[in-house]
Design a protein. Structure first.
Length: 226
């Protein structure tokens, strides 16, 4: 623990939420745009992607739900609002662009829920919260890209919707280490539990999949079963 984090804890921040009974993995925006040379979103996230793949594999081995998110806009971005205007580089997520495609590993498997979104949070204007509640999921083990952007927004909204956010530090990445580390510190102080890869794997191993079947909810306009 850094001295800054210890100071916050002494001041009454950073209490542990812990895992609930029914966890799922939320894999945020693991797509080609972050790993393709020449992409405006290219970032040094190879290690984070490998760790995210390990988390996804462990969840599947335990029979736990895995939810993937992606950003997709109509051509020209009319559905992107001010977010699309603020970040012109988001043009890479317009329909038909290969930069918006999922990676080879991890990637959605048959039966995985895929949430398509237009804003940073996986919860904003999507059916995610209602689907999680219907399936009795109380904990999200969060991995993906980028830490300071869509991971942070999704973790914060998870808390605000009553789900325990567990952010896996090693399985998230960003354009710069300073952004990644500052975001993890702030999340751990106020909005989420930030876990190591080993601790997150232990949470998934300990979950009882017998009482927690995979997601089987119906599709919606911006959610689909892979």
């Amino acid at each position: 623990m850094t001295e800054r984090a210890a100071d916050y804890r002494r001041s009454g921040y950073s209490a542990r939420l812990g895992a609930g009974r029914f966890p799922a993995v939320l894999a945020v925006d693991l797509c080609a745009a972050y790993l393709t040379e020449g992409s405006p979103l290219r970032a040094p996230v190879e290690d984070a992607v490998r760790a995210a793949a390990e988390i996804v594999a462990r969840a599947r081995h335990s029979g736990l739900p895995v939810i993937f998110t992606r950003v997709r806009f109509e051509p020209g971005g009319p559905d992107g609002g001010l977010f699309r205007r603020k970040v012109p580089a988001l043009r890479v997520f317009e329909a038909g662009s290969p930069l918006g495609d999922f990676l080879g590993d991890p990637a959605p498997a048959p039966g995985d829920l895929v949430i398509t979104k237009q804003y940073p949070s996986a919860f904003h204007a999507t059916p995610l919260a209602a689907t999680l509640a219907a399936e009795r999921i109380d904990t999200l083990v969060i991995v993906g890209l980028t830490t300071s952007g869509c991971v942070r927004a999704s973790a914060t909204d998870a808390l605000q919707h009553g789900f325990r956010p567990l952010v896996v530090a090693d399985a998230c990445g960003d354009r710069a280490a300073s952004l990644h580390e500052a975001s993890l510190l702030d999340l751990d102080i106020k909005y989420a539990d930030v876990l190591s890869l080993d601790d997150a794997l232990a949470v998934l191993r300990a979950a009882d999949a017998d009482d927690h079947p995979p997601l089987t909810s119906g599709t919606a306009a911006d959610a689909e079963l892979a």
